[in-house]
Design a binder for this molecule. Structure first.
Ligand code: GDP
Ligand code: MG
Length: 722
């Protein structure tokens, strides 16, 4: 007999950790909500006939967010044989709200009381037997991170199915509501599936339109339903949905006071840390300091900058000398044709090597970000940013995609799915790409090394410019008619801090690092070969042939045509133009392109590699910074553009998003470059244009925005009702 068990629970209660423990899979675990948007399936370890499905995290079964709709449709349509309801025991009151809904569905439920390690550490006590009686279903204590109790909980659920036991909700509503529910059940008995009759009755009572839509009902039936509901509403003087919500909470409060004994130890260590870390005044400086430290360790030039040291070695020694020397020696000894040797050494090694050289740095960066995430600090950042974003009319939920995007923009853009309002989701998709992702790090690392003496501030400023670009765009776009409207309430629970788990962190670091290495072996490799070819051949004396000087190459000719567009922002050379364009394929290409174009023939200095030295002669501090900003902010790579297209689901919006990013990047770089020139005493017509741009931006930022009918979104869900 094959058994399907669905894992359901609030965001961040440990479902994915549990899923991995149950199935042996390696899904990404994040210490903030919204990481799992789509459901995932796997076989229960040791029981091939039991399938586990990880559903998105939800606070309730109301249809207000995409996750809720996905989860609810799954439960209604696929009807798993049992539900394993994960409850964060350290936050039991909030979590049980969903439980009261799940037990009504007529599907056998087992509650896995997760995070019991935290409860025990806090010295709290939960009476499991009493809780089980109150809820009407078995309760099993678990600790998903420690792998304790997980399989037992899943087996318990499978046993319910095998022995054919069902779950009856342990709660009842007030007698007036129960009476109405009974009347509704009598009325709809023939219309809805019998096994979930009670659940449907509650949904009908709540006037849940998404559920009502599913059934063909005559006018007569509808009006009788309405009569029943209205009678209760008038009597209790509240709308039916709030009546149900309130009664659920009253019930839960009773259960919790009966089953949970909190220790009187006062504030937990987590709370004490949060008092400082999320403090109104200190939060941002602390965040800036943390990010500075992260970038200093991974990309800075300080005595403890391990990332830069390792990358320095791979760039200068490994890919700067050892690999090319060994390859040259080998290829010459086997009598390889000079053009092929050129392709391999100056094309592939110079291009791919330039990117691979940054791998150690990236691994250190990813490792640090993963630690911050697993410890629980990233969740605090989302909380802090929500406070700030909200002041600008943006949803704090937009910050989660941005956090994810520090690794890669593609999952970042996909994470915007958790934003329920269409306009806020589009806005987030349009702006998430501004965040410096892993692939943009080599660009920053290259310029920091070549021009700015390896200063950590280059990376830190790039990061905050990315955030500022998101906020500015958000504010400007929010004032337009298309995007106007209040953001939905964003409720996020701060998980207790915990010591990071080595396996989680290494897995997260490796996943991000590996996808980076994979790209070097595929996209970057191919681009390097193509680039090498086009920079090595050209038309000389009317004949297509190999050229000595790549300034006479085909690539230089084509790049030279486009280059003037970039002159006003400071880098109108054909090389920089080509690098920018190849950067659209993959951002690492900016670096590999310089590797191929400048890799050879540059003055080799004592302390820096050929590439750094060559880039150093091509750019000044100002042009380098302008170039860097443009490449960080302009359209993201192909993969991210694909993600934008998928999420927008409209060619018009895709073009608008990419166009907006490019335009915004151009204008910001224009200001940086022109004001930089002005500071050096140079004035031109472009200075005037830059001032005009600045004035328009300030106007767009501070004007009174579109004031339409304020959004009447019913974002009241379990959480805001509490
Ligand atoms: P999901 O959002 O429900 O999928 O939750 P995750 O599986 O991503 O877990 C959220 C965070 O809680 C992660 O940092 C986990 O390491 C942590 N976590 C999960 N289960 C437990 C547990 O039983 N005890 C403790 N202390 N932490 C846990
Ligand atoms: Mg998850």
């Amino acid at each position: 007999m094959s058994i399907r068990i669905a894992l359901a629970g609030n965001p961040n209660c440990g479902k994915t950790t549990m899923f991995n423990a149950l199935t042996g899979a390696a899904q990404f675990v994040g210490n903030w909500p919204g990481v799992t948007v789509e459901k995932k399936e796997g076989k229960l370890k040791g029981s091939k006939d039991v399938t586990i499905t990880d559903l998105p995290g939800i606070y309730s079964l109301s249809p207000y967010t995409l996750e809720e709709v996905v989860s609810r449709n799954y439960l209604m349509e696929e009807r798993p044989d049992a539900i394993l309801n994960l409850v964060d025991a350290s936050n039991i009151e909030r979590n049980l709200y969903l439980t009261t809904q799940l037990t009504e569905m007529g599907i056998p439920v087992v509650v896995a009381l997760n995070m019991m390690d935290i409860v025990r550490r806090n010295g709290d006590q939960i009476d499991v037997r009493k809780l089980s009686q109150a809820l009407g279903c078995p309760v099993v204590e678990t600790s998903a991170v420690k792998g304790e109790g997980c399989v037992a909980a899943a087996q318990e659920a499978a046993n319910l199915v095998r022995t054919g036991q069902s779950t009856q909700p342990g709660h009842t509503f007030s007698s007036r509501v129960e009476q109405a529910l009974q009347e509704i059940m009598d009325l709809i008995g023939g219309v809805v599936p019998g096994e979930s009759l009670r659940w449907y009755a509650v949904k009908f009572f709540e006037r849940d339109e998404k559920v009502l839509e599913r059934f063909q009902m005559g006018e007569d039936l509808k009006s009788r339903l309405d009569g029943i509901i209205q009678a209760v509403e008038t009597e209790l003087d509240d709308d039916s949905e709030s009546i149900i919500t309130n009664e659920r909470y009253e019930y839960i409060a009773r259960v919790v006071s009966g089953c949970v004994k909190k220790s009187r130890r006062g504030m937990s260590a987590s709370d004490k840390i949060d008092r400082i870390v999320t403090n109104r005044i200190l939060a941002l400086p602390i965040f800036a300091a943390v990010m500075y430290l992260v970038y200093a360790i991974s990309m800075g030039n300080l005595p403890f900058s391990i990332g830069s040291m390792a990358t320095g070695w791979t760039n200068d020694v490994l890919f700067g000398a050892w690999v090319p020397d060994a390859l040259n020696g080998f290829l010459e000894s086997v009598g390889c044709a000079p053009w092929l040797q050129g392709l391999i050494v100056d094309g592939i090694v110079a291009g791919v090597g330039a990117v691979l050289g940054f791998v150690p740095q990236m691994l250190v960066l990813f490792l640090l970000l993963c630690i911050l995430e697993d410890v629980g600090y990233m969740a605090r950042i989302a909380f802090i940013m929500d406070r700030i974003f909200r002041r600008f009319g943006l949803s704090g939920k937009s910050f989660i995609p941005m956090l994810v995007a520090t690794g890669c923009g593609v999952p970042g853009i996909m994470a915007s799915r958790t934003i329920e309002q269409d306009r806020d989701r589009k806005l987030t998709v349009m702006t998430t790409g501004f965040i410096p992702c892993g692939a943009k790090m080599p660009i920053i690392g290259l310029f920091a090394g070549a021009i700015f003496g390896g200063s950590s501030w280059v990376a830190v400023s790039a990061y905050f410019i990315g955030v500022a670009a998101v906020v500015t765009s958000g504010v400007i776009l929010k004032k337009t008619r298309i995007f106007a409207g209040d953001p939905a309430p964003f409720v996020m629970e701060l998980p207790a801090y915990h010591i990071p788990k080595a396996a989680n962190i290494l897995r997260g670091t490796w996943e991000r690092g590996w996808s980076f290495i994979k790209r070097a072996g595929t996209v970057i490799l191919l681009s390097s070969i193509v680039l090498w070819f086009f920079q090595g051949f050209g038309v000389v004396d009317g004949q297509f042939q190999m050229v000595e000087d790549n300034n006479t190459s085909l690539l230089a000719a084509v790049g030279g045509v486009v280059a003037p567009i970039f002159a006003p922002i400071g880098f109108g050379t054909w090389q920089a133009t080509v690098a920018t364009v190849t950067g659209l394929i993959a951002k690492e290409n900016v670096v590999s392109t310089f590797g191929v174009l400048f890799g050879l023939g540059a003055e080799v200095t004592e302390e820096s590699s050929e590439l750094l030295a060559a880039v150093g002669t091509q750019f000044t501090g100002l042009t380098a910074y302008s170039f860097m900003i443009f490449n960080l902010l302009c359209a993201p790579c192909f993969a991210a553009m694909g993600a934008i297209k998928r999420e927008m689901n409209s060619p018009k919006w895709t073009v608008a998003a990419i166009g907006y990013m490019c335009g915004f990047a151009y204008l910001v770089s224009l200001m940086v470059y022109q004001f930089g020139l002005l500071a050096q005493g140079q004035f031109s017509a472009w200075t005037v244009v830059a001032f005009a741009v600045l004035a328009s931006m300030v106007y767009l930022l501070f004007r009174k925005g579109y004031q339409g009918e304020s959004s009447r979104l019913r974002a009241v869900d379990a959480v805001s009702a509490s």
